[in-house]
Design a protein around this ligand. Sequence first.
Ligand code: KG4
Ligand code: ZN
Length: 336
Amino acid sequence: MRILGIETSCDETGIAVYDSELGLLSHTLFSQVGIHAEFGGVVPELASRDHVRKTIPLIKAALLEANCSAADIHGVAYTAGPGLIGALLVGAMVGQSIGFAWNVPAIPVHHMEGHLLAPMLEKGAPAFPFLALLVSGGHTQLIKVEKIGSYEILGESLDDAVGEAFDKTAKLLGLGYPGGAALAALAEKGRSDRFYFPRPMIDRPGLDFSFSGIKTFAVNAVARAGNDEATRADIARAFQDAVVETLTIKCRRALELTGLKRLVVAGGVGANLALRENLKIMTAKNNAEVYFPRHEFCTDNGAMIAYAGCQRLLAGHKNNLSVKVHPRWEMQAIEA
Ligand code: KG4
Ligand code: ZN
């Protein structure tokens, strides 16, 4: 089965062709970062308009790269939520229209399910069941995954998502938007023994997170110590150390509580090297294994949507021709 995947939930247009036998045949991506940078965040209307411009040309490019035509495609998968409503509507309209024109099913996909299944695109993909740490710009969740479609949220952030905390702290340090990767690069140059930021909620039982307080520590540190290059690097380091250790402690606790031995990390913050390193060490000590998608499939992409849509079609999901998107959408509400 060969599926065209369309991702337009936020500020990246991602298109891919995935084949259930041969694997990923092509993927293309256009990032709108340059369009939104001057506004310090994503401008929804500009995002929708650019998806309108890019989606069809990128689909053509992905088909060409996969060396296939419309006749070779058995279904179209598009992100139906969560995300920006206008941006989602572009992908949904294009997906449903292509499905109708090519007479193949068009399948709505949950964006976070896409992220969660992204490690399945790699060689040596994890077997079910597993624990998933989803860390993106809008979500921080620990999820027990029994099988595709069976997702139990064990814990989540009560306030800011990790990616959001990275982005806000990066902005404070003058690193632009989205600044997660830039903050991580700056942290590499910083000292870990100059500032100490708290590890929120680790002494409370349970698996929930809170990241809005760490940001306040960054604000106070800047006010106290100044904003020279070395200080900014030390603050970035203290912030990243605190976030990484907090996530690692909660992952270890979740593995212990569930008895699971496989941990899957997904979402944009999964690209963070310090987080990857710490989770590798922690899982090795606990006789568990950790799985990551390749760097480019941590952040938004079409490949994860094509993969998730393919699994849904293989599981017998049908098309209903309605263009319905869900700006807010709980993962537990997905049909199994
Ligand atoms: O998954 P994603 O592309 O979009 C959402 O679905 O939200 O995640 C984007 C988030 C942003 O907050 C970005 O700053 C963060 O992932 N991010 C990183 C890194 N690369 C991207 N955060 C920390 N370290 C990184 N290397
Ligand atoms: Zn995402």
